[in-house]
Design a protein around this ligand. Structure first.
Ligand SMILES: C[S@@+](CC[C@H](N)C(=O)[O-])C[C@H]1O[C@@H](n2cnc3c(N)ncnc32)[C@H](O)[C@@H]1O
Length: 276
């Protein structure tokens, strides 16, 4: 996973503006639910390039980000110098030793907690870094079937490979690891969290940025996330002409699916809350 996020981190950082635009409705909901108070000490798990660190600082919280990918850590540090950002595996690190200070009042994450090898151990590790009664608020994806962001365009690229890439097993570490809400609830309970809430939240990822129709933005996101592995393999498997044809096919598909002139993709996530 660490290796994957070192490679994947570059594309994520390069396209952070597009991700932030697409996730804007979700981020607003997450921030509102987290309800940070002035002076709270907040841990952002899998902080990526620092969107929630920025949001928390704006609310007057003391923000600490943890991320396993050095590329992400460097980007977050540059973007949000007032936050403390540590490079560590949130599943196993002694977080209060790595970021010395009082136990955290809150844990937050936007899509940063689905990659743990042992999720119950990881959520227990996060709980150990918090004070009693601390809150945890995070967002994770529901199933692939409910989320065309994982298939749109990426399937066209994968179909050009000699063999289709393997589908992740249900519950395996990865973006949709917690699609099954009951499994997620059990993992959180096993880790000692209580008052667990798992609410569905549906929104649209809108890829139009600064008045664009979002085709190039969505294509950039596909090539750096859901379609990244297939696209990397295609570099050595097919020539430049065929690759250009494939990109045109993805663009045409995106254009055909514009809504009101903009690429807009439905998204289905769980908004999760829990208490130490
Ligand atoms: C989908 S990205 C989300 C980034 C950021 N939260 C955002 O919404 O822009 C997932 C992030 O989790 C990080 N990550 C994955 N496994 C991790 C782990 N075990 N410990 C810390 N960070 C991890 C990745 O490096 C990546 O930055």
């Amino acid at each position: 996973m660490r290796q994957g996020w070192i490679q994947g981190g570059q594309g994520w950082v390069a396209n952070q503006r597009i991700f932030d635009a697409a996730f804007a409705p979700l981020t607003a909901e997450l921030v509102q639910r987290a309800g940070w108070r002035q002076g709270e000490r907040v841990l952002d798990v899998g902080c990526g390039s620092g969107t929630l660190l920025e949001e928390g600082l704006r609310a007057g919280a003391e923000m600490v980000g943890v991320d396993i990918s050095p590329v992400m850590v460097a980007a977050a540090q540059e973007r949000v110098p007032a936050a403390r950002v540590i490079e560590a595996d949130a599943e196993t690190a002694d977080l209060l030793a790595d970021a010395p200070g009082r136990p955290f009042d809150a844990v937050v994450s936007r899509f940063g907690v689905m990659f743990f090898g042992d999720p119950a151990a990881a959520f227990a590790n996060l709980r150990r870094a918090t004070r009693p009664d601390a809150s945890m608020t995070f967002v994770c994806w529901r199933s692939r079937e409910e989320n065309p962001v994982f298939t749109q365009g990426a399937e066209l690229l994968a179909a050009a490979l000699p063999e289709p890439p393997p589908r992740p097993a249900p519950g395996a570490p990865g973006p949709t690891a917690f699609a099954d809400a009951e499994r997620l609830r059990s993992l959180l309970e096993e880790a000692g969290w209580r008052e667990i809430g798992i609410d569905p939240f549906d929104f649209h990822c809108d890829y139009g940025v600064d008045g664009s129709d979002g085709v190039e933005e969505r294509l950039a996101v596909i090539l750096s996330s859901s379609g990244r592995t297939a696209w990397e393999q295609l570099q050595s498997l097919v020539g430049a002409e065929r690759r250009a044809e494939l990109l045109e096919a993805v663009r045409a598909d995106l254009r055909a699916h514009r809504v009101d002139g903009v690429v807009r993709v439905p998204a289905a996530v769980w908004l999760v809350s829990a208490r130490h």
